[in-house]
Design a binder for this molecule. Sequence first.
Ligand code: ATP
Ligand code: MG
Length: 430
Amino acid sequence: MNDLLPSSSKLWSETEKRVKAVFEGYGYDEIRTPIVEHTDLFARGIGQVTDIVEKEMYSFVDHLNGDSLTLRPENTAAIARAVVEHNLIYSGPKKLWYYGPMFRHERPQRGRYRQFNQFGIEAFGFDGPEIEAEQLFLISRIWKVLGFDLLSMPRLEINCLGSRQERESYKSNLVDYFSGYFNDLDSDSKRRLKSNPLRILDSKNPNLGDMIMESPKMSSFLGANSKLHMDGLCELLDDFGLSYKINLNMVRGLDYYNLTVFEWKHDSLGSQSTICGGGRYDGLVEMIGGKPTPAFGFAIGMERLIDIIKQQDNLETSSVLDLYVVHLGEKSKKKSIVFAEEIRNSGLQVKVDVSNSNIKTQMKRAGASGAAFVAIFGDSELELGCVTVRPLSLDLNDNKLLQKSVPLETVAEFLLDSVKNIERNKCEKI
Ligand code: ATP
Ligand code: MG
C-alpha cells in the first residue's frame, strides 16, 4: 500500500481530471459505492475458483453480527449490486463510471500493490458490439488526452469467450487436453482442472507457457451468433481505424465474462504489462438477483498508468497559485496574512509563507511554488502603504514585466490584469 506524496500528487490530480473529463464527455455518470461489501457478493460474482477469491481478498468477520465482509478487490460486482438494489435500469440502460481504491492480497512488486486505484466504466442494458466499440474508442481517447501519441499508445488485444454453452464444450475439451499433461501441471492448475479449467489459461506460471500456447482455442467452439458479434465489433473498430490484435489465449482472470474480452498493454511496464482490462458480463446482474441484463465495462489501473506517464514525461501539471507572499519581519508577517485574505476575495490563489525563515529561504520557496508572482512585504515599504510585486513565471518574463512597488489596495487589480495579459499572449501564440 502506497503513500501518495506531494511530489506525485499533482500528476495524479491532473491525470484524474483528464480521465474524468473524457468519461463525462461521453455521457457516463459517476457512481460511488462502499469500499466494504458482503464477501458472498465477490465469491459468487467473480467466481469461487479464481485467484482473487481463492487468495487475494481481505475478508473479515463483523463481530457485531458475524457477517463476513470484504474490502472490494474490484468494482464490477459492487456496481452491479448497487444497480440491482436501487433498480437503476428501471428507466432504461445506464452508463456509469467510478474511481477509487481496490484491495488485493498479492505479492507486492512493481505494478502490483495491495491497495491500488482503478478508473472504470460499467454500462448496463446494451447487448450489441456498439457499446463495446464506444468504450474502446473512449479508452483510446483517454490515452490521447494523457499525451500518448501513436507510437507510445498502449496496444489493444481482444478475444471472444462465446456463450456459456459454448464455453462448456470448450471446457471439457480443455480438461481432456490438460489431463494428458497432468504431471507437468502445478498444484493450482491440477486443482482447477476439474473445477475451473479456463483458469489454467490465465496462469502466471511461466513453466506452463508452452502448454497453454498449444492448448485448444475457444475460437474453434464459437457458434454463429458469437462469431457475428465478434465480427460486428471488429468492423466498427476497422471503420474508425482503431488497431487491435486478436489474442486467442486471453481469457481474463474473472469468471463473469462472456463474448468480448479485451486488454490494453504497454511494453514499458515490464512483466505487469496490462494497464486496462474489461469485457462483457451479461450473466452477472441476474446472478446477483436482478433481471437478466447485458453489460459491458472495463477498469484502468491508475498506478500502472502513472508509471507510464512518468516515463513518458509529457503531461504538464501547472501550478494554480497566482501569488506567493514573503515577509521581512514579524510586523510584516502579521500584515501579510490579512492582506492575503483580501487578495483571495478577488478570486486569486495565494500562498503565504508564515515561517520564521530568512528572506533568501522564503524566496527559494516562492520560486519552487510555481506561483506566477511573489509579493515581498517589508516593514519600511508598508509604512508607505506599498508592497513589492515581482513576476516568477517564464511567461511573465517573456512579457518583460518587471518588479514593481504597488499600492496595497491595487495589488489585486494589478495581478488580475497581468494574468489576463498572459492568457491573451498564450492565445496569440497558439
Ligand atoms: P493481472 O493479470 O495483471 O493480475 P488482473 O486481470 O488481475 O490483472 P483486473 O482485475 O482486470 O486485473 O484489473 C484491471 C487493471 O487494474 C489491471 O489491468 C491493472 O492495471 C490494475 N491492477 C490489477 N491488480 C492490480 C494490483 N494488484 N496493483 C496495481 N494495479 C492492479
Ligand atoms: Mg490479478
